[in-house]
Ligand binder design. Structure first.
Ligand SMILES: Cc1cc2nc3c(=O)[nH]c(=O)nc-3n(C[C@H](O)[C@H](O)[C@H](O)COP(=O)(O)OP(=O)(O)OC[C@H]3O[C@@H](n4cnc5c(N)ncnc54)[C@H](O)[C@@H]3O)c2cc1C
Length: 432
């Protein structure tokens, strides 16, 4: 029998874990958050990310406030993005309302992570850093971030005199099946190739991305620091394991089309906490609130991945004819007969990139396809990519460590019919 005064352990101080902790503490529970790293957001260190604002008619910031989550962090409403196709053609992407809000990630004082940490502490959450948990005793939430690389985003952080803005390039030559992006906010920027295949050539794609942005808009970087990370998408059969909810990207909650996972992380964190507080059980809650858009994002991903450069250009033209890309995106992520019909096909298309076809596995030490074990970063040192791989490897190491040591029940979905894309942790670790 569980006592109501028994502290609840939350593993991981990312947006999912902190949102869960805040909600639990506001609900009157004692909460201890265990974070493996020395502070919040270490995986991101000053990254700029977009808080997606198209999957609901409600503005995402209002939505966060309604959930009781702070919005007291630096933010920049982005109603415009300049997009380039593979031929250098320019396409305006415009929303009548913000398409997303640029936010800062990492331990810096104006970051989303620091704001969540501050709120958590204000409501009495005990956050313990350098506390890598390998097992949860008693009630808890598992929120340890991505397990594997279904996509990677690799590039640089830098300082700049460029004006605020957002730019993307849709071209398989710079970001296979993905997109390259450049974000600038208040004198700092990030430029990345977000790729869904071809991970083995990450360095080449980063160099091409930087070169392309320099030619197209005169990208100006001061003090560039390499950075990168991984994204992990799937619809789990269940996000409860051993009676404990799994929140955020650890459960696979991500936007498979474009990688905008923060909103799902926060929402799932709040829902996991509400379930522990006696509200709606977690599985039905996240299925109702998130599964439709995540499944739509998987269909979008499968379609997008088969379009090629001409198709991307067609997509850019189509969205510009609508006059409001936010509405276009909401349609793209919305329910629809065609999307439902395409769903089984998309399911078959989507296979974890743990089997990276671009890797021949001969003498391979690459992180992404997992055939290199801990050697991980054997890519020859180059200023373009070396530290990015180190960053990704660290997040992999965190995963590996928690996977190796955690009780299987704490991390492996139990019961129900496994989703075709789901692999148990053991399977993941044993994959060739
Ligand atoms: C380069 C890049 C760019 C991105 N851009 C965007 C974007 O523009 N918009 C967007 O919405 N999303 C973006 N994302 C995705 C977004 O960052 C994630 O979806 C989100 O951070 C997931 O939150 P989380 O809380 O689930 O996991 P995380 O943020 O990864 O947090 C998990 C935490 O758990 C800790 N941890 C892990 N294992 C243990 C353990 N055993 N014990 C204790 N602690 C542990 C980790 O150190 C980490 O702090 C991007 C991701 C990357 C990599």
């Amino acid at each position: 029998m569980r006592r109501p005064d028994e502290p609840i352990g939350v593993v991981g101080a990312g947006p999912a874990g902190l949102a869960a902790a805040i909600t639990l503490a506001r609900g009157g529970r004692r909460v201890v958050v265990h974070e493996a790293r020395p502070g919040v957001g270490h995986r991101f260190g000053g990254d700029l990310q977009g808080l997606e604002n198209w999957t609901t008619t409600t503005d995402v910031l209002d939505g966060l406030r309604e959930l009781g989550i702070t919005t007291d962090f630096a933010q920049l409403a982005s109603t415009q993005v300049t997009a380039f196709d593979a031929w250098g053609g320019t396409h305006r992407i415009r929303g009548r309302q913000p398409l997303f809000y640029l936010v800062v990630r990492g331990p810096g004082e104006d970051s989303l992570d620091s704001a969540l940490l501050k709120q958590a502490r204000e409501v009495g959450v005990d956050v313990r850093f350098n506390s890598r948990k390998t097992r949860i005793e008693g009630p808890g939430v598992l929120a340890t971030g991505p397990k594997a690389a279904d996509a990677i985003a690799v590039g640089y952080h830098f300082e700049t005199d460029m004006s605020d803005g957002a730019w993307i390039i849709l071209d398989d030559d710079v970001a296979p099946e993905g997109y390259s992006y450049l974000l600038v906010m208040h004198g700092r920027g990030t430029v990345k190739s977000c790729m869904f295949s071809g991970f083995k050539q990450e360095r080449m794609y980063v160099e091409r991305t930087v070169d392309r942005f320099q030619r197209l808009i005169g990208l100006d970087m001061r003090n560039p620091r390499a950075h990168g990370g991984i994204g992990n998408f799937r619809v789990p059969a269940t996000a409860v394991s051993g009676g404990r909810p799994i929140a955020g990207e650890q459960a696979g909650f991500q936007d498979a089309f474009a990688g905008f996972g923060m909103r799902y992380a926060i929402l799932s964190g709040v829902m996991s906490a509400r379930a522990l507080l006696g509200g709606e059980p977690y599985d039905p809650a996240w299925r109702g609130a998130m599964q439709p858009t995540i499944e739509a994002s998987m269909v979008n991903r499968a379609v997008y991945g088969s379009l090629g450069n001409r198709g991307y250009r067609w997509l850019l033209r189509s969205q510009s004819w609508t006059g409001d890309t936010r509405a276009f995106m909401r349609w793209l992520y919305g329910p629809g007969r065609l999307r439902k019909l395409l769903s089984p096909w998309a399911d078959r298309q989507f296979r974890s990139r743990r089997h990276d076809a671009s890797c021949d596995h001969v003498g391979c030490t690459c992180v992404w396809c997992r055939c290199g074990g801990d050697a991980g970063n054997a890519v020859p040192a180059s200023p373009a990519v070396r530290p990015t791989s180190v960053d990704a490897r660290e997040s992999e190491a965190v995963f590996k460590e928690s996977a190796d040591r955690a009780t299987p029940s704490a991390v492996e979905p139990m019961g129900g019919k496994p989703h075709p894309n789901h692999h148990s942790l053991r399977e993941v670790l044993e994959m060739p």
